[in-house]
Design a protein around this ligand. Structure first.
Ligand code: NAD
Length: 487
């Protein structure tokens, strides 16, 4: 297949299997959300390519596992170095492919890719298996960590490089081999990751990429009997299908899914800080799983904050994500725009009051959707229950702490929550009462690789980060021996 060239950077549109580029007869189109131009045709994998990649990963597994954490660490550090060297290239390719803001990508997101790999390499090297005595049995226990085998990693389009390395790091550091299925709406930076793996000298078959459509390549991968772990980040609907396929082989799954997270502002909060964070929820055009899309504001300060939100949103700069002044970029794809706008139109029909936005920018057209706010949608409205994954927020008011908690918990999701208050006791109470995997108080999106990351309720199964990622990719074995029985 013809190589794709963006800003002089060459990207293969093909799979990476057993250390080699492999093309498929079938392809799919990759378009840029910036101007909907065609970037190229990508190889569309089927079960044949998935079988080949799973076989390569299976064959590479024993040697990779036998290297041990230190041996693998040499390769993984080299991989992290290549990523660091190519941060600028990664940023421009990902921005062109998925429309995320270039400045944030260059300065933060892509560097995190290198950090993901290095952190878990070091984690594996330092890991000491737990040991303890069981005195009544005069016995000793020791836990050892074995790699699970071939892992299937599936990622979404909103941050494909960062989210892929966040899975590839612990999977490889623990001694597994990988088949990565990148998102079809933004497949390019994962293809670069394959080049980087080759440059870092990873043995053939240790890291494989199969490009393709979710329902074909993704479905074939998660149904593969040779796969011993499935780590998936994406939507609830896809997770339900993957869970059903995984059940047939009893393959363990880790699911990081969507959210409808509350951002709760109490009257005693630093309102300037709260406002800044409320406006930040439009970052990446709201295509952020963690976004606090339901603003819950204490009644007594609601009118004031609403006025300030209107002014603040009116000043946000919507535009080309390559422009450093831009604060809100485009939606990823025409199909996604249709979906987002569908939510907006149904919210209006259900009686939610549209305060601003609710349309494609008349100046910019294309996939540029205006930051949107609804006030007081009727209880039970779809816009309060379903993830939009676009620049669409709702604002509801509450009278007291109990009502704030009840509203915060009133969705099927439980990914994250953000609370603004200057009362420490209240912050503790509310943080503990909200059903979510992640709670931020007087801050938003503070991430640390050692934190457990993931969602409650329909926002996921399991946690990633630190020991939680690592444990998922391992088979734990407990070895018990009786004391004083060895000669
Ligand atoms: P999606 O579920 O449509 O697709 C995600 C991935 O799954 C893609 O690579 C896709 O090709 C693949 N896929 C689709 N159908 C499949 C199938 N039947 N079998 C196997 N794989 C299949 O999600 P999306 O639209 O790419 O991403 C948006 C969603 O991801 C949102 O819900 C968002 O909240 C969520 N997300 C969650 C997190 C998190 O950490 N919790 C992070 C980012 C995004």
């Amino acid at each position: 297949m013809a190589e794709i060239v963006i800003a002089g950077i060459r990207i293969s549109p093909d799979h990476f299997i057993n250390g080699e580029r492999v093309a498929s007869a079938q392809t799919f189109e990759d378009i840029s959300p910036i101007d909907q131009s065609l970037l190229g045709h990508i190889s569309a994998g089927s079960s044949a390519e998935v079988d080949a990649a799973a076989l390569a990963a299976r064959q590479a597994f024993p040697t990779w596992a036998a290297l041990g954490p230190q041996g693998r660490g040499v390769y993984l550090r080299r991989l992290a170095e290549v990523i660091e060297r190519r941060v600028e290239d990664l940023a421009i390719v990902e921005t062109t492919d998925n429309g995320s803001l270039l400045e944030a990508s260059r300065l933060r997101v892509m560097k995190r890719g290198a950090h993901n790999i290095r952190y878990f390499a070091e984690y594996a090297e330092k890991l000491q298996g737990e040991e303890w005595d069981t005195p009544p049995a005069n016995a000793h226990n020791r836990v050892v960590y074995h790699p699970a085998g071939v892992t299937a990693l599936i990622t979404p389009w909103n941050a494909p490089f960062m989210l892929s390395t966040w899975k590839v790091g612990p999977a490889l550091a623990a001694g597994n081999t990988v088949v990565l299925k990148p998102p079809e709406w933004a497949p390019l930076t994962c293809s670069l990751l394959a080049d980087f793996a080759a440059e870092a000298g990873l043995p053939p078959g240790v890291f494989n990429v199969v490009q393709g459509i979710g329902e074909e390549a993704g479905a074939a991968l998660v149904a593969h009997p040779g796969v011993r772990r499935i780590s998936f980040t994406g939507s609830v609907e896809t997770a339900q299908k993957i869970g059903a396929a995984a059940a047939r082989n009893l393959t363990p799954v880790s699911f990081e899914l969507g959210g409808k997270s509350p951002l709760v502002v109490f009257a005693d909060a630093d309102l300037e800080l709260a406002l800044r964070n409320m406006l930040e929820q439009y970052d990446n055009a709201g295509q952020v799983c963690l976004a606090g899309t339901r603003l819950l504001v204490e009644e007594t300060v609601a009118d004031d904050l609403l006025e300030r939100m209107k002014t603040g949103a009116g000043q946000l700069r919507l535009g080309d994500p390559r422009d450093p002044q831009t604060q809100v970029g485009p939606l990823i794809h025409p199909q996604h725009l249709k979906r987002v706008d569908g939510f907006v139109q149904r919210a209006i029909q259900e009686g939610a009051r549209l305060v601003y936005g609710g349309r494609v920018s008349p100046q910019l057209g294309g996939l540029y959707y205006e930051p949107t706010l609804f006030v007081d949608p009727p209880a039970g409205a779809e816009i309060l229950q379903k993830e939009v994954f676009g620049p669409v927020l709702t604002l509801q008011t509450f009278k007291d702490e109990a009502e704030a908690i009840a509203l915060a918990n009133n969705t099927p999701y439980g990914l994250a929550a953000t609370i603004f208050t200057q009362n420490e006791a209240r912050a503790r109470r509310v943080a503990e009462a909200i059903e979510a995997g992640l709670v931020w108080v007087n801050c938003f999106y503070v991430r640390d690789l050692a934190q457990p990351f993931g969602g409650a309720k329909q926002s996921g199964i399991g946690r990633e980060g630190g020991k939680w990622s690592f444990d998922f990719y391992c088979e734990l074995k407990n070895i018990t021996h009786r004391h004083n029985t060895f000669v």
